[in-house]
Design a protein. Structure first.
Ligand code: MN
Length: 488
């Protein structure tokens, strides 16, 4: 993962004299240093900006510097906002307005007009907020004291969402084969996605992959088999099938790394020259942070890689998921998710087992090896990016994952079970009303607020299904949203 940092830009002006400006700069440096110790990415103090030129310059540098993932702005004093217009109008990086102040308490004895002139963020941050509103800029506003735990967590969460934007803008997806025949929701406008999200989505022949597979050496396969043995329980005698998956994994990874791709898709309808659909291979690649989408679903593949990068330590608990079947017993309603083979083991409750089973769908000359496990318990979200024709919509639903309530001993794939908000049936009605796909990215560590921020930064539509959502309210919101997006 690339090393990202954020820039702290503090607004002021010349009105207060050099002593105040020195104090502002000293404090800003102190705050950035202290915050950097607890935030997921460094916050680098850049400038106490006093002129149009200084602001335009720091924005130009931020745009140019690929390690800068965003700007955090704050006005310690008043900073007249007309001097921010040229800079903000050219800003191409995510932008957060941290409405904070240096002191916690109003000091009863000490407070006088000098104190007021130095410590007037309540004043300055409103002037600063106006200009971003006036310019219709995408932004995050976080208010509170800079030492407050919630403020720090929210700023950290926003940073991760901004890194998700940086990763998105550099995203390259390797497609093996096209989309599954006749499927609509996995389609999409690749030109629009590149213009909006930065994704480069291109295709490579399955024959190229087969040729790469044939070049993989036994020594390379032996080394990866040791990794599999250390990470998973081998619950099959069919070691050849596992070695074949290792061969596929090594070849796919080499091709992706050569092209700088961090996500890939394939389809069971195009495996010409391959004995097995990559199962274990795709699962172990996902565990390393690569995105994947089945049936040619390049959108969910890129989204999986992005949410993984937004999670803990740049490879969090986010995974490609598919809704399969429901448990509709009244009062005990659950969704069961899985995939043909490819569920990432990042969410496994225990040590995954490598098993081999026949796969009835698609062309598989041999039984593919795959990881089988139960998903862990915990609050999560599921997200689906769809192409509405002329715009992209991201649908996000809050869910709670449970230990699967049934052992399902004859189900030969990894499985996750969850309860959707606000309930299974209303949740399904909302999801279907919004047009959400059967493929999703499920995440245990990226939050709905982060996805909302991510969408705001990239200026795409965000729909959130929560415990409070009703079908009526959602239909109303979608109707208004459709009108608004047509005007944009
Ligand atoms: Mn699928």
């Amino acid at each position: 993962m690339k090393q990202y940092s954020f820039w702290f830009v503090v607004g002021s002006q010349f009105l207060y004299g050099p002593e105040v400006l020195e104090t502002v700069a000293r404090r800003a440096e102190e705050m950035a240093g202290e915050l950097s110790k607890v935030l997921p990415f460094p916050l680098l103090y850049k400038v106490t900006a006093k002129t149009n030129q200084e602001i335009a310059d720091v924005v130009k540098q931020a745009n140019y510097d690929s390690s800068c993932a965003g700007i955090v702005a704050w006005c310690h004093t008043f900073s007249p906002s007309k001097m921010w217009i040229n800079g903000l109008a050219s800003l191409q990086k995510p932008y957060c307005h941290l409405a904070t102040q240096y002191h916690v308490e109003i000091p009863n004895e000490e407070i006088d007009m000098d104190f007021m002139n130095l410590n007037q963020a309540a004043h300055g941050d409103r002037e600063h907020g106006f200009i971003a509103a006036r310019l219709r800029m995408p932004r995050k506003v976080i208010a509170g004291h800079w030492k407050n735990e919630t403020v720090r967590r929210r700023l950290g969460d926003w940073m991760k969402a901004a890194v998700g934007v940086a990763v998105s803008r550099e995203m390259k997806v390797m497609r093996f084969g096209d989309n599954m025949r006749e499927v609509a929701v996995t389609e999409g406008d690749k030109v629009e996605v590149q213009a909006k999200l930065g994704w480069q989505v291109n295709t490579w022949a399955v024959g190229d992959l087969v040729r790469e597979m044939n070049k993989v050496s036994d020594g390379e396969i032996d080394a990866l088999m040791e990794v599999y043995q250390a990470s998973y329980d081998i619950a099959t005698d069919n070691l050849d099938a596992i070695r074949y998956q290792a061969r596929e994994e090594i070849a796919i990874q080499k091709m992706m790394d050569r092209e700088g791709c961090r996500a890939f898709s394939n389809t069971f309808q195009d495996l010409y020259g391959m004995d097995q659909l990559p199962g274990l291979a795709s699962q172990h690649l996902m565990a390393q942070g690569y995105g994947y989408g089945g049936e040619g679903d390049w959108k969910v593949s890129a989204m999986t890689a992005i949410l993984k990068a937004m999670g803990e330590n740049g490879n969090g608990c986010s995974l490609f998921m598919e809704d399969y079947t429901y448990h509709l017993v009244e009062g005990r309603e659950y969704s069961l998710g899985a995939h043909m083979l490819e569920v990432c083991p990042c969410c496994a409750a225990g040590k995954p087992r490598i098993e081999t089973h026949p796969l009835g769908i698609g062309m598989n000359e041999k039984d593919p090896a795959r990881l089988v496990f139960e998903g862990k318990e915990g609050d999560a979200i599921v997200v689906s990016l769809i192409d509405m024709g002329g715009r992209l919509r991201l649908i996000c639903q809050d869910v709670h994952c449970v230990k699967p309530i049934l052992p399902m001993p004859n189900l030969p794939v990894a499985r996750v079970m969850w309860q959707a908000e606000p309930s299974l049936t209303t949740g399904v009605e909302c999801w279907i009303t919004a047009g959400g796909a059967h493929h999703t990215v499920m995440s245990y560590d990226v939050t709905a607020e982060q996805m909302k921020d991510w969408c705001a930064m990239l200026e795409i539509e965000f729909v959130h299904i929560t415990k409070d959502t009703t079908v009526d309210s959602l239909e109303h919101d979608l109707f208004l949203s459709d009108l608004a997006w047509k005007l944009k």
